[in-house]
Design a protein around this ligand. Structure first.
Ligand code: XMP
Length: 328
């Protein structure tokens, strides 16, 4: 079996032989480790003939777009277009409260935006004599391949998963999946070898529908702002406590129910934040993470003090099953 550094050279050669001298490739990039590693390999193989698209769906984490751009464009030199479609996503989500409907809206809007970007690239390429886009890059990992072929786990059957893989049937492009034989730990190793920051290499997975499935009920700009701010504080404190790598996934969700509280000497009637953190290796089953009490105390008091509209923080002590990792 090859080492990860041999893999890089071999994969770049393989991509070049598939794509040829002039071939154009498009791929959605999310700011996560898988799509970033895939994009980096593609860029090393064919340079700017790879067109990365980062769709800002308005429900990404705090600063995520800016951070992704810094990393992917400024540091890694990837040819990346950031398509800010946040207003469009939020407009399409207006009034939607059903989890599956929210997922569908986000998936469909994503496809629309991505296809528009692809057409724009084709038009610009045509003007300069380059051929149209022929290939689609996807950061599919081995476990995803297995799951979609044979093993329908709870995640696959219970929720409509949306990620950058959801485009297959809609675009007549040939797929290139450089990571399809790799496990997550191998992709992290690859990321490290390719010079990515630890911050990116060790990032927790983040679902395609983003914060939208971490806000129960309707997703509005105001609700996103609250969830985002709480999540940012939560992750920051987890990192400060040195616990980030022990936890497989953590997030703050917004529960749109109100309870009475007191701030200063005033009565409040505000929403609550639900913290989730799980330990898991395969994401099919998961245990809730047993935080040191002091860390939870700090997180809770910071969120209550710093996030306007929140007067209570609760911790989710549910395993999967019967709960899932995400709330929707
Ligand atoms: P659940 O909530 O089903 O989540 O226990 C299992 C894992 O899958 C992630 N997840 C998603 N990832 N698009 C994604 O790319 C999705 O639509 C999606 N839904 C859930 C979830 O974050 C967890 O890691």
């Amino acid at each position: 079996k090859w080492t990860m550094s041999e893999f890089i050279g071999k994969e770049i050669e393989r991509i070049r032989s598939i794509v040829g001298e002039k071939g154009q490739v498009i791929g959605a990039v999310s700011g996560g480790v898988d799509s970033s590693v895939a994009a980096k390999l593609m860029h090393m193989a064919i340079g700017d003939r790879f067109h990365g698209i980062l769709v800002d769906n308005g429900v990404m984490r705090h600063n995520e777009c800016v951070d992704a751009k810094k990393m992917l464009v400024d540091k890694m030199g990837i040819n990346l277009k950031i398509a800010d479609a946040s207003d469009r996503f939020l407009a399409n989500l207006a009034g939607k409260t059903d989890p599956e409907q929210k997922r569908k809206v986000i998936g469909n809007t994503f496809i629309d935006v991505f296809e528009e970007e692809a057409r724009a690239i084709d038009e610009a390429n045509a003007a300069s004599g380059a051929p149209p886009i022929e290939f689609l890059l996807q950061g599919t990992l081995y476990p995803d391949v297995i799951e979609s072929i044979s093993f329908k786990g709870p995640s696959a059957t219970i929720k409509t998963h949306h990620n950058v893989g959801g485009l297959k049937e809609n675009m007549k492009l040939k797929l290139i999946e450089p990571l399809r034989e790799l496990f997550k730990d191998e992709v992290r190793e690859l990321g490290r070898l390719l010079g990515m920051d630890d911050e990116l290499v060790w990032r927790h997975p983040f679902p395609g529908p983003g914060i939208a499935i971490r806000i129960l009920g309707e997703v509005t700009k105001e609700q996103v702002a609250i969830a985002r701010k709480a999540d940012y504080i939560y992750i920051q404190e987890i990192k400060k406590a040195g616990l980030y790598r022990q936890i497989a996934q953590a997030y703050a969700a917004l529960l749109p129910v109100k309870a009475v509280g007191v701030k200063g000497d005033k009565r409040t009637y505000e929403q609550m934040i639900c913290l989730r953190a799980v330990e898991t290796t395969d994401f099919m089953t998961a245990d809730w993470f047993d935080f040191p009490t002091a860390v939870l105390k700090k997180i809770s008091s910071r969120i209550c003090n710093e996030v306007e509209g929140i007067n209570r923080v609760v911790y989710d002590v549910s395993s999967k099953p019967p709960a899932t990792i995400e709330l929707e």
